[in-house]
Design a protein around this ligand. Sequence first.
Ligand code: NAD
Ligand code: LMR
Length: 326
Amino acid sequence: MKKPVRVTITGAAGQIGYQLAFRIASGQMLGSDQPIILQLLEIPQALDALKGVVMELDDCAFPGLAGVVATDDVNEAFRDSDYALLVGARPRGPGMERKDLLQANAQIFSVQGKAMNDHASRDIKVLVVGNPANTNALIASSNAPDIDPRNFTAMTRLDHNRAAAQLAAKTGSHVTDIRQLTIWGNHSATQYPDVHHATVKGKAATDLVDQSWLSDDFIPTVQQRGAAIIKARGASSAASAASAAIDHMHDWALGTADGDWVSMGIPADGSYGIEAGIVYSYPVRCKNGDYEIVQDLEVNDFSRERMQATEQELREERAAIEELLA
Ligand SMILES: NC(=O)c1ccc[n+]([C@@H]2O[C@H](COP(=O)([O-])OP(=O)(O)OC[C@H]3O[C@@H](n4cnc5c(N)ncnc54)[C@H](O)[C@@H]3O)[C@@H](O)[C@H]2O)c1
Ligand SMILES: O=C(O)C[C@H](O)C(=O)O
């Protein structure tokens, strides 16, 4: 029997948290042979709701659930934590951009970065979901100087999965037929969903769709999908966001499929001309609990322009919260 690992979920009584806790406890993130201790963080006003979540976790009788901590103490929530899903933050409403949440949410991530620095495992793998996710990941990391910045990632897997679904629908294929899509940059309306290296059943995607569909339909649809869900549901995406978070952590811990890659927001390192100092989404391959950027992809002028526009937005977000970077 494997030793249990500790998984922290912040905002565990919220929409996304309510999905995540159960899916992680059932083994969907790290495998059914990996026992889990859940460490659930909420604000004091949501502790009653969190108590209800814990009661339901008990009632599921999950074989792999080795313990549950439910708390409003940030230090307790991150004690010895091996994996953290930072979800707890305000979601946007209709008419807002995700970066409008920066001032409301940024403080949360500096406090949690410090708590991880003081209490978490040195190898903790952190996924930031709370928006604006890329810049919140940067804030958390810079407040945790004793933990490798590479361990702080932001979620663009939902965008990646959305892009796969759109391309599959357009080409009359299934998402499992699609490989090597990339989301570059920010989890925002400037993100660049790129099909130039993607294949559908082994054929180049660019041979199957025309440029005007890419420019006028595919790219804006993926960029605006979060807003479209808010308009339709009256609340931001939750089940699909939780599903993408599980996919992100699963692949990071257990590896990406052969012949494919995924998109993750990670510290920029100069690859593809994106200089350090921001958390930028790249194509990555994961193996043995680590990831590496897929290098040497050809980037044409169309792509370069869009990769730089989303980089520029991230540099502006960074400038807006500079005082929270330790
Ligand atoms: N990156 C992505 O792809 C993506 C996708 C969907 C949603 N999101 C973002 O995820 C975040 C959460 O969305 P949601 O729909 O679950 O929202 P929600 O309002 O339903 O839940 C958020 C929860 O976080 C809790 N919370 C607030 N501050 C906290 C703190 N300091 N510590 C611990 N818990 C705290 C709240 O009490 C609430 O229960 C939002 O910022 C949303 O925009 C990101
Ligand atoms: O769009 C939002 O604000 C929520 C989330 O980031 C999403 O992409 O669905």
